[in-house]
Design a protein around this ligand. Structure first.
Ligand SMILES: [Zn+2]
Length: 458
């Protein structure tokens, strides 16, 4: 999605290309592109001259003769192409402007989220709905705006009515430069931090404008225009890369549906414990690793004990009985044999998990808050990713070992290897490798394993 520097790059290119052009004909291939009356849009534009191209935040405005303004919001994928009239050959060209000079401008949008709006100069402009850009605001104003918010600082910075021009890329970069956790409550940000946010966002946005914006997987501004800012990004798009400051693996989490990359050490959230997750396939050595970290002072969140306690709660009992039948509880106690039978069915297992997992996450979150700052919490659950508990972790270790080795370890303990290995077949190893901060192989002797764990910066 284009942010201020990308839209500024588009604006500057457009202004050079179309300033002074007179619109001779407009062809609309996707009427929903226009907010308001599309017939009116088409007829009013003909004969108008483009005087200049303006921008505020992430929104463009073609300033036209006769006091008309054409606002264009590129949203996710909107872009402009120059060409000749009647040459529409791209699949997602949504609108064509033919000029009296014989040139044409095409608006292209693969996601079709972009919008255009025609207004008179004396009508309220959509620019007025946008907050000031970082260049136009001081720290007192930002502090005042943040103090009323109920969300996190990252979500607040991305709200275009609060401050305009900052999206996902530059919010991550700015907060990293300020050493502020993206998950910190917006209302907790103090005046000095506001000052840092403004000075860093101005510096980063200015550099990005100079570099022609970022050409990233999610956005490419224009044919033949390649931004270079992606080479300057320090955290965006770099999960699990070492932090440029401290070397700790950068972590990517989702916040309000948007990927958020941060350094768990440099951007530690004030008052919150550090959370380490351990995951891995069966008998790879998770419990050995958990014991090692508990020996180093990590406090274990016991997910199994948590589930046992959940079954004793009346509200949980009601939810489970409603979803899976009254027989799931007998005399107030969970009917474990019956529940075990039920979850052999994949769909029913999912239903049960959809009740339990969010509650376990809620309890884990409470535990993390209660232990307080300067503490370290360990989460050791096999279904770390499937349960969504990875979202609580600042770092994740995947413990892996060769399949044969794991099988032998089970056999040596005198247990049935085949059924345990079957249980484990569903373990999402590829996903875990991709998402974990580190993968530790436990293929050697115990002392080797422990020495590998001791080398981690934990
Ligand atoms: Zn760091």
């Amino acid at each position: 999605m284009p942010e201020l520097p990308e839209v500024e790059t588009v604006r500057a290119t457009l202004e050079q290309a179309v300033r002074g052009e007179t619109i001779a004909k407009v062809s609309l291939f996707y009427p929903k592109l226009i907010e308001g009356d599309s017939e009116d849009f088409l007829s009013k534009l003909v004969g108008k001259q483009i005087l200049s191209v303006d921008r505020k935040g992430k929104m463009l405005c073609f300033v036209l003769s006769d006091g008309l303004r054409l606002y264009s919001h590129l949203r996710m994928e909107g872009r402009y192409f120059l060409g000749n009239p009647g040459e529409k050959d791209r699949k997602f060209d949504l609108c064509e402007f033919d000029f009296a000079s014989g040139k044409a401008l095409y608006y292209n949008d693969t996601r079709k989220f972009g919008r255009m709006m025609l207004q008179k100069e004396d009508e309220p402009s959509p620019f007025e709905e946008l907050g000031p850009e970082p260049f136009e605001m001081n720290e007192e104003e930002l502090l005042k705006r943040l103090s009323k918010r109920k969300d996190t600082i990252k979500q607040a910075l991305m709200d275009q009515t609060l401050i305009s021009g900052i999206g996902n890329i530059y919010a991550d970069e700015t907060l990293f430069a300020c050493k502020i956790s993206p998950f910190a409550p917006a209302s907790s940000i103090d005046l000095n931090q506001c000052k840092a946010i403004l000075s860093n966002s101005r510096r980063i946005l200015s550099l990005a404008i100079e570099e022609g914006g970022s050409t990233v997987r999610s956005y490419h501004p224009q044919e033949g225009v390649n931004g270079r800012m992606q080479n300057e990004l320090l955290v965006y798009g770099k999960p699990n890369f070492p932090c440029p400051n401290c070397g700790f693996p950068l972590r990517k989490k989702f916040l309000g549906g948007r990927g958020t990359t941060y350094c768990p050490i440099c951007q530690k959230q004030e008052g919150r414990a550090f959370v380490l997750g351990i995951t891995g396939p069966i008998h790879a050595g998770k419990s050995t690793a958990a014991k090692y970290f508990m020996g180093k002072g990590y406090l274990l969140f016991d997910a199994d004990a948590c589930v046992k306690e959940l079954y004793l709660r009346k509200d949980v009992k009601r939810l489970i009985q409603k979803a899976l039948g009254r027989k799931t509880f007998v005399g107030g106690e969970p009917n474990r044999g019956f529940i075990a039978q039920l979850v052999a069915d994949k769909k029913k297992k999912k239903v049960l998990e959809s009740i339990l997992h969010p509650l376990v996450i809620e309890e884990a979150e409470k535990f993390i808050r209660q232990v307080g700052k300067n503490q370290k919490v360990l989460i050791d659950v096999p279904l770390l990713f499937q349960s969504g508990m990875d979202a609580l972790c600042d770092a994740i270790i995947l413990i892996d070992a060769d399949l044969e080795l794991r099988r032998n370890r089970i056999i040596q303990e005198g247990r049935d290897a085949s059924s345990l290995m079957n249980l484990n077949r569903a373990y999402p190893l590829a996903l875990a490798r991709k998402k974990a901060s580190w993968t530790i192989y436990n293929n050697g002797v115990l002392s080797d394993f422990v020495s590998k764990l001791s080398e981690l910066p934990l």
